[in-house]
Design a protein around this ligand. Sequence first.
Ligand code: 13P
Length: 252
Amino acid sequence: MKEKIIIANWKMNYDFNDTISFIRNLLKINLDKKINHKKKIIIAPSFPFLHISNKIVKGSNINIAAQNFHHMDKGAYTGEVSAHMLESIGINKIILGHSERRIIFSETEEILLSKIKIALKHKFYIIFCVGETYDERSNNKHFIVIKKQLSKTIFKFTTNEIKFLCIAYEPVWAIGTGITATPKEVQSMHYFIRFLFLEKYGKHVSDKLQILYGGSINDINAKNFFSQEDVDGGLIGNSSLEFSKFLNILLS
Ligand code: 13P
């Protein structure tokens, strides 16, 4: 059985104290035993807390990821954070392509391409998000949209380059709305994504690929998603901000 990946995307929510106390509480629980090594835990705090978070989790089964970095390596980009800066504090995981970055911060596919190149250069593990809008799904365009999002970005790279990658399918209409895709809808999209990887990279890569679902996952619905054949974990927003909910999701 493939290891499941559970990612907490804290977005712009937790401050220093929230971040540290949540991670410390998680470390206090002997998760290693409870979740039987079948789940990989990744937490994505905000930039100012990445360094300390990474130090605190050292030696545990909790991993830390960044929520973003700039698409250029270095230079006069006031206020931005580079992949190299993150690398220099021991961060080697990155969320890319999140719809909040695509929509609110106008991240185009060209920018995403540059970000993927930078991630590869610095040997980051990439959590790459794709997802359709409500209108696209209503018009039955969701499969076309996801194929296009992958073709214009990840599929520009070779098998070797995309070794350290997982895909997170996050329908835009399900993020933070309390409305989820049904487990069947999620399964069929994940099956489709795996098929696209099969066509592009062959069976070995597609079998190994971990595809996560994100969008209003909570402690009650999590197991319905995780029990689907092609769902290899979850990318959690709101429910990762409540300790007991997140713990229950980890135990699902
Ligand atoms: P919610 O779990 O709040 O819907 O957010 C999902 C998400 O955007 C994770 O990246």
